[in-house]
Design a protein around this ligand. Structure first.
Ligand SMILES: NC(=O)c1ccc[n+]([C@@H]2O[C@H](COP(=O)([O-])OP(=O)(O)OC[C@H]3O[C@@H](n4cnc5c(N)ncnc54)[C@H](OP(=O)(O)O)[C@@H]3O)[C@@H](O)[C@H]2O)c1
Length: 337
């Protein structure tokens, strides 16, 4: 049976960590496409997951299942009867105790349960952090899906998030091979865009800190950016396309922090956005070269980063995380006269 024909018989899929930033969008788009979704959350009664029940189609086709990544049985119950699994749940932290074990053993549990349940395909949400953390790569190299982060470097720099994600992805590939699971992997750069969930996740803090006044300067660093809707779409694309295989870098552009604050200042001049770099001695960090061709070849089109930043800020305002500032004093006086 091909992946397509299996989908006509069974359109039930599991999304782990369904209440998270990226997973909520995956659930939303899956429901829109007519899938039946079994979402795992650690606590179905927690108000932070209530937004999932408000999604279009949720009443008819979404069920929430209590599961922890370290509890194989709870994952097995959610994955049973599914044709596919989107394994998105993971801690997102640099605390080694909180990061490594759930990321790695949780991924093992998901792949084992998927093998037992004989799902057609598993899509694992990995990260660009498993790809580009390599101090020995020449700046001329185009970062693509063949690149892997250096575990020793991650350890030495105490980058436990990238360490945990890299080991988790390696384990996923190894176990998928052993258990005969069809695995495809998504490697997104920093994900921004409108929030569906009521809480703030780590990648959104990256932008929020520039708007609240908590960051007085910006770092001399570069970063890749991608829109959350595109990331969710890409997950579904590599699940559905029978020709999809291996890893997929999901990135729209790489910007220096200075470019990010410049765009934000142009779009939202009302906020106290930093204008100074914290490092005035060293030359400005240069963006690395990357390839998102593999996803483009599957038909993926990316939302421009400027739109992504704009939608992020508007969403933060709408959700009450960011005050809509009063007009500048001069504007207010002009309005009064
Ligand atoms: N956002 C980005 O920029 C970005 C970029 C590249 C890759 N990623 C990857 O994308 C995935 C989702 O990230 P996100 O940004 O959407 O983060 P998020 O909003 O923090 O979502 C993470 C989810 O994982 C769940 N989770 C954490 N530990 C768990 C455990 N032990 N058992 C069960 N569930 C657990 C969380 O559940 P609780 O709500 O119960 O804590 C939450 O729903 C992660 O795998 C992350 O590594 C994110």
């Amino acid at each position: 049976m091909t992946l397509d024909s299996s989908l006509t018989c069974n359109r039930t899929v599991c999304v782990t960590g369904a209440g998270g930033f990226i997973a909520s969008w995956i659930v939303k788009l899956l429901l829109q496409k007519g899938y039946t979704v079994k979402g795992t959350v650690r606590n179905p009664d927690d108000p932070k997951n209530a937004h999932l029940r408000e999604l279009e189609g949720a009443n008819q086709r979404l069920t929430l299942h209590r599961a922890d990544l370290l509890d194989y049985q709870s994952l097995m119950e959610a994955i049973n009867g599914c044709v596919g699994v989107f394994h998105t749940a993971s801690p997102v932290t640099d605390n080694p105790e909180q990061m490594v074990e759930p990321a790695v053993n949780g991924t093992k549990n998901v792949i084992m349960a998927a093998a037992k349940a004989k799902v057609r395909r598993v899509v694992f949400t990995s990260s660009i952090g498993t790809v580009y953390m390599d101090p020995n790569r020449s700046p001329d190299v185009v970062v693509d899906e063949s690149c892997w982060s250096d575990l020793e470097f991650c350890k030495n720099t105490k980058n436990w998030y990238c360490y945990g994600k890299t080991v988790a992805e390696q384990v996923a590939w190894q176990m998928a091979e052993e258990k005969g699971v069809d695995l495809v992997v998504m490697n997104p750069v920093l994900v921004l865009g409108p929030l569906l969930q009521p809480t703030i996740n780590a990648s959104i803090v990256h932008i929020l800190k520039y708007l609240t006044g908590s960051a007085k300067t910006y770092a001399n660093l570069v970063q890749g950016y991608v829109h959350v809707r595109d990331v969710a779409l890409a997950h579904i694309l590599i699940f559905e396309d029978p020709s999809a295989s291996g890893r997929y870098i999901c990135a729209e552009s790489i910007l220096h922090r200075g470019e990010v604050v410049e765009i934000l200042t142009k779009l939202f001049p009302e906020y106290p956005i930093p204008t100074k770099c914290s490092d005035e001695k060293n030359p400005r960090a240069k963006p690395y070269k990357f390839s998102n061709q593999k996803l483009k070849d599957l038909g993926m089109e990316f939302t421009p980063v400027k739109q992504c930043l704009s939608e992020t800020v508007k969403s933060l305002q709408e959700k009450g995380h960011l005050p809509t500032p009063p007009p500048h004093q001069e504007d207010a006086l002009r309005l009064q006269s």
